[in-house]
Design a protein around this ligand. Structure first.
Ligand SMILES: NC(=O)C1=CN([C@@H]2O[C@H](COP(=O)(O)OP(=O)(O)OC[C@H]3O[C@@H](n4cnc5c(N)ncnc54)[C@H](OP(=O)(O)O)[C@@H]3O)[C@@H](O)[C@H]2O)[C@@H](O)CC1
Ligand SMILES: Nc1ncnc2c1ncn2[C@@H]1O[C@H](COP(=O)(O)OP(=O)(O)O)[C@@H](O)[C@H]1O
Ligand SMILES: [K+]
Length: 505
């Protein structure tokens, strides 16, 4: 199935190779034509981003190196001071790249020498592209480390060397670039951490590959168009048709979390919101949430939900169109047992967040796989690590692999949060947030996200669309909240207040 319109496709290395082969074999576009356009585009990116001073190209032996040689020719012909350094002997280069070497006017390329990077105004990384596999090997590894250590900014051809174009994983040395000229379409690894941190700005270069290629990408960026899919209130709307969300959570010391989830759900358009929380804490919600309903649930007398509360919880959610389970729930064993008992019994779309996720650790499949309605899990890397029983550092090293694994095991949609929030479907499809809202790096913004997604699902959006609309609106709200004074003073309540503007733009 092709991607929805609101997703901008991203390619894996293998898909890009397939498209290249199709363009060359089926559309009879010559390799040197593609390389010419890639090199010209790369030269354009360099001219825009580094308009003066010496340009030092560092070229490998594959076609990525060939693209660099073309760009070097274009810039020399335009009068720029250009030096070309080769990582492997010229005669080891592929035939297409060797053909380009013959056309290079001016000084001949020389063997790579780290000292030559000192005179560069800008370095162009053409060592490894989509043909690379595994950790960089000698001599590329040393060269990559030298580029990384150099003072001058680096621009990458297609992919920063050392970054896996398909996964964004970085196993060995890699180069932090200010920008990457992505040929035809950006590769997935440019948008998934840690690769995203190496790519810098992504500039797309059209290399003349026609539409209709063979690849059916399974990953893409979440575009603004997803907000057009959000149902809006109209003349015939009622508070119930606008979406009825019930939030189950809260504990002594953690009353802010469900309150923010509730406010976020309301600001994202839900017409009717209920908070089910420990009975002794009811008053704190009643005074804070004027527009929400509050249901006091059985507790242990110390402000923690009790496992005996299953039936009252099911009663509280009976009219809900979507349920958010977990904000502020706490790690109390009784409350965790309650979450495990509740999750399989909710017969509407369910969002599980925070300590609700911790209750599922290691039991994803047993608890969720039998659910008849869609489930969305919203972990950060630490929570996903606990769910899968792996270290959070391991999740951060291979974010795509782990988010897909969790979605496959749980048959749920998994939203792995971060600057590169990844939304994985059980089928393996992944939608990726562009990020760039550092104001969101503050306590409580996760509770806001679960409320926004809850509202989208309560409005009846298909689950993947609803989760992505939630992620996108939350990101925009984070950017809007930071607009007046920068990201540092943003608090989660500002993000909630910015949701209507984010959703109406
Ligand atoms: N195809 C096309 O039509 C077009 C492609 N285009 C461009 O080509 C790029 C893909 O080119 P590509 O496939 O030639 O591979 P590329 O990334 O240059 O390098 C692979 C070379 O590195 C080596 N190598 C591999 N792994 C390694 C490692 N871990 N550590 C060390 N070395 C390693 C490997 O050698 P081997 O190890 O196999 O001996 C091989 O020689 C693509 O990103 C785009 O820029 C555009 O021009 C448009 C048209
Ligand atoms: N540097 C960042 N850039 C963009 N978004 C971020 C950044 N840091 C955190 N976020 C977002 O902020 C939210 C934080 O959620 P979470 O870690 O659960 O916090 P909390 O539990 O305090 O609410 C997530 O949606 C995450 O994607
Ligand atoms: K490169």
């Amino acid at each position: 199935m092709s991607l929805p319109r609101w997703m901008e496709p991203l390619l894996e290395a293998g898909e890009m190779r397939e498209i290249d082969r199709w363009a060359i074999n089926e559309r009879t576009i010559a390799v040197d034509e593609l390389m010419e356009r890639a090199g010209e585009g790369l030269a354009g990116v360099i001219s825009r981003r580094a308009p003066a001073g010496r340009v030092v190209f560092v070229c490998g032996k594959g076609n990525n190196g060939g693209d660099g040689i073309v760009a070097a020719r274009v810039l020399r012909q335009a009068g720029r001071d250009v030096e070309v350094l080769l990582v492997w002997p010229a005669e080891w280069m592929g035939s297409d790249a060797q053909a380009q070497l013959k056309k290079l006017p001016g000084a001949k390329p020389v063997a790579f020498e780290a000292g030559r990077l000192n005179k560069a105004q800008v370095i162009v990384d053409c060592v490894l592209g989509t043909g690379s596999s595994g950790k960089p090997r000698s001599p590329a590894d040393q060269v990559i480390s030298e580029m990384e250590a150099a003072k001058a900014p680096v621009i990458a051809a297609d992919v920063p060397s050392g970054v896996d174009a398909t996964t964004g994983e970085v196993e060995g040395p890699a180069v932090h670039c200010v920008a990457t000229a992505a040929f035809h379409r950006p590769k997935v690894g440019l948008w998934v951490r840690p690769g995203k941190e190496y790519a810098g700005e992504v500039d797309i270069v059209d290399i003349g590959i026609p539409r209709g290629g063979p690849a059916r990408p399974d990953a893409g960026l979440i575009g603004s168009g997803v907000l057009r899919e959000v149902p809006r209130r109209g003349a015939t709307s009622t508070k119930f048709s606008s979406g009825n969300v019930c939030i189950i959570g809260g504990s002594r010391g953690l009353t802010g979390a469900p309150a923010m989830t509730a406010l976020a759900a309301m600001r994202a358009g839900a017409g009717y919101v209920t908070v089910g929380a420990p009975a002794s804490l009811e008053l704190s919600f009643t005074v804070r949430l004027l527009e929400a309903m509050v249901v006091g649930l059985p507790e242990d007398g110390d402000g923690h939900l009790d496992a005996s509360g299953l039936e009252p919880v099911l009663k509280a959610v009976v009219r809900a169109d979507a349920v958010v389970l977990g904000p502020g729930l706490s790690k109390n064993p009784q409350s965790q047992a309650l979450a495990r008992a509740v999750a399989p019994r909710i017969d509407v779309p369910l969002v599980v967040d925070a300590d609700g996720l911790n209750a599922l650790a290691g039991q994803l499949e047993e608890i969720l796989a039998g659910r008849r309605w869609p489930t969305v899990l919203t972990p950060h890397a630490g929570e996903l690590g606990r769910l899968l029983e792996v270290d959070s550092a391991e999740v951060e090293r291979s974010r795509l692999r782990h988010v897909r694994e969790a979605a496959a095991i749980s048959k749920a949609f998994v939203v792995l949060k971060g600057d590169d929030t990844l939304v994985a479907a059980p089928s393996g499809r992944v939608a990726i947030s562009r990020g760039r809202a550092p104001g969101l790096a503050t306590a409580g913004t996760g509770d806001v996200l679960s409320g926004v997604i809850g509202a989208m699902l309560a409005k009846g959006m298909p689950v993947a669309q609803g989760a992505c609309a939630g992620v996108y609106a939350h990101l925009r709200a984070g950017q809007i909240a930071a607009a007046p004074h920068g990201p540092d003073g943003v608090i989660a309540s500002d993000v909630i207040a910015s949701l209507p503007a984010a959703l109406s733009a």
